[in-house]
Design a protein around this ligand. Structure first.
Ligand code: FAD
Length: 417
């Protein structure tokens, strides 16, 4: 998609071509707004094209905690929207010819200790009471679904699944274009200033005048608007994919191909692709350079669960940045009239960034702010932001230690026992 050049006017300028910006471009263009999206590199170049592709029907918080955080009305509306989130993503994929990349196989969350199992039981009871298609799997059923007897049980949630995230974000951007949005790659916004009642967005080769601007840059946020980079901590995550596994392993490990996570603080995330490639997350240096990968360490954690993976070969690996904050929650800011910024994914964003795009489009096309599910938050710096790296390293070290102690102190169940 060609770079932005020359002078133009728009109702809405979107900065950042990830899932959030592309979803907003699509929904706003469908609502009749004149939209221009500017992406610094290529569509999906940020976290949206680099993630694990898991689609849980949940934020990082339990629905109960969401109500505590956002109040009964807004919290419940958000919960209801997120509960339908994977279905909304699958529907978008279907409507815009990306269905081949979407897999409504469900999600599996496994308990690494009896205590974690009790939390899953509570969650399962809450979700079942709301008529959601969830099932609590006992040790034996969990061992079959996971292909390992490492866990004490698991929650199967049939609402979620997985998607090829790069294909999805590119599909959203293509659909936005078809709906009339201007979508430009290699067009970094380098300047953002208020001019009378409009905004001026400058790029290397052009100038865009817009009524409203949405910054959808998440962990890849630069210094375009003051205070945004201090409101998040970007942390690097690793992803690994094996070459296709032999047929017996494909049938044994995650045979239902659900997106799999567990309950540790340093979470395990994995999924089996249709073609037998196995994808899992690493935990190399959180702030290291792109090349700092730790395949052996990640494979070590995988073989603890699935010893059969010992001979698996790394086929590809990459990293991407996630935006963390203290609340472990996305935030949408409105720091000046007509200016919005959405960031703070905390590692969960395919569904939620899609929904933020959808809801922000409703807000910008005239919906009553009180009816939109999005809570708007004040823009505040994270305390001690300037020294966040050693602090995060210490927290990660502590989490690893707690996980290790818990695993050591807990006798692993044997499925047949
Ligand atoms: C390794 C990894 C695994 C993950 N796994 C999952 C998962 O399984 N499930 C899940 O739900 N979430 C997951 N996430 C999180 C998810 O990927 C993000 O929440 C989501 O992609 C954020 O989308 P976004 O559009 O807000 O930001 P991004 O996709 O990061 O897009 C931001 C874009 O802004 C552009 N940009 C920045 N500055 C400018 C500028 N000045 N001008 C123009 N463009 C600019 C960047 O180039 C970038 O393309 C994962 C993330 C990572 C990194």
């Amino acid at each position: 998609m060609e770079p932005f050049e020359g002078e133009a006017r728009a109702d809405l300028a979107i900065i950042g071509g990830g899932i959030c910006g592309s979803s907003l471009a699509l929904h706003a263009a469908e609502a009749g707004l004149n939209v221009v999206l500017l992406e610094a590199k290529t569509i999906g170049w940020g976290a949206s094209g680099r993630n694990s592709g898991h689609l849980p029907a949940a934020s990082k918080h339990t629905p109960q905690k969401m109500v505590e955080m956002y109040g009964a009305g807004r919290g419940e509306r958000l919960n209801a929207l997120i509960a339908r989130g994977p279905a909304i993503v699958f529907d978008l994929a279907k409507r815009h010819e990306m269905s081949a990349t979407a897999e409504p196989t469900g999600t599996l969350s496994a308990a690494h200790t009896p205590r974690a199992l009790r939390a899953l039981e509570e969650q399962a009871a809450f979700l079942a009471a709301h008529q959601f298609p969830v099932e609590l799997l006992d040790r034996k059923a969990a061992a079959e679904a996971i292909g390992s007897d490492f866990y004490f049980g698991a929650l199967l949630d049939r609402r979620g699944g997985a998607i090829n995230p790069l294909a999805y974000v590119r599909g959203l951007a293509r659909a936005a274009r078809r709906a009339g949005a201007g979508v430009h790659e290699w067009s970094r916004a380098t300047k953002l200033e208020r001019d009378n009642k409009a905004w001026l967005v400058g790029t290397e080769r052009g100038r865009l005048r817009a009524e409203a601007v949405a910054l959808c840059t998440n962990a890849y946020t630069d210094a375009l608007w003051p205070g945004l980079t201090q409101s998040i901590i970007p942390v690097r995550l690793q992803q690994y994919v094996t070459s296709p596994l032999p047929e017996p392993l494909r049938r044994k490990i995650l045979p239902g191909r659900q997106a799999f996570t567990d309950s540790r603080r340093m979470i395990i995330g994995a999924r089996m692709h249709k073609d037998g490639r196995f994808q899992f997350n690493g935990r190399g240096p959180g702030f290291g350079a792109e090349g700092d990968l730790a395949w052996r360490e990640a494979l070590g954690r995988m073989t603890e669960i699935w010893p059969e993976l010992a001979d698996a070969k790394q086929e590809s690996a990459w990293t991407g940045w996630v935006a963390m904050n203290r609340e472990k929650s996305w935030k949408v800011h409105n720091p000046a009239p007509g200016l919005y910024a959405a960031l703070g994914c905390n590692g969960r964003g395919i569904v939620i960034a899609t929904l933020i795009g959808q809801e922000l489009a409703r807000l910008l096309s005239g919906a009553d702010a009180a009816e939109v599910a999005l809570p708007l938050a004040d823009l505040k710096p994270i305390p001690l932001h300037a020294v966040h790296r050693p602090i995060v390293r210490s927290i990660v070290g502590y989490y690893k230690l707690r996980d290790a102690v818990e695993l050591k102190a807990t006798a692993r169940p044997r499925a047949g026992a």
